[in-house]
Design a protein. Structure first.
Length: 70
């Protein structure tokens, strides 16, 4: 059976599969810019304050929530 992977786009919530910069696998963030195979991901605290912006390769991301209707 084939596995279907959804395209990751702006406003999607993602989780890191592997560490990126100082952020360990399992860290969640929101895609704020889409550069094709690389996404700019905003990491925020529980109050919504931005902690970091990281560029993460698509291969290291899993979608946990789609932010826009498709």
């Amino acid at each position: 059976m084939a596995t279907v992977r959804h395209q990751i786009a702006e406003h999607d919530v993602v989780e890191l599969r592997e560490a990126v910069d100082a952020w360990p696998a399992g860290t969640s963030g929101t895609v704020v810019s889409d550069y094709g195979d690389t996404k700019l991901v905003e990491i925020s605290d529980d109050s919504g304050a931005t902690l970091d912006l990281i560029q993460a390769p698509l291969a290291k991301l899993d979608v946990t929530w789609h932010g826009a209707q498709r």
